[in-house]
Design a protein around this ligand. Sequence first.
Ligand SMILES: [Zn+2]
Length: 134
Amino acid sequence: MSHSIAVGLICSDARLHRPEVRITERAAELLGIDHIYLIAKPGPNGVHKKPQAHFEALIDDFVLLIGAKNPSVLIIMGHQNCAGHPVSDDEHDLDASEVAQLVKARTGFTGSVMALVATYASDAEWGLKEVARF
Ligand SMILES: [Zn+2]
């Protein structure tokens, strides 16, 4: 039986990666995916508003993992209360959506590109919502 794979861009923020938060596992469950290969960067859904080299490096990472792992889905996951991209909750949704659209266009990926946002309740408690798919 083959496993379904996603490549996901997520924040480096350690709070998201606490074992009890299970953010990667929950994203996999939400999307019906078995495994997610992660690209971790601070402020992932603000990368398109940083100097262009940041975005180009991200595209290189996606292209490498798309070629190596043949994912069925790509994920852009922003999160509220992000030090790397300190914007309002509404802007997080919009920016995750914009980055998902840009990544789809630049990589030429033919599968779905999902924009997700982890919503902040406390450092140990996060919600997870889908904000767009392309
Ligand atoms: Zn962050």
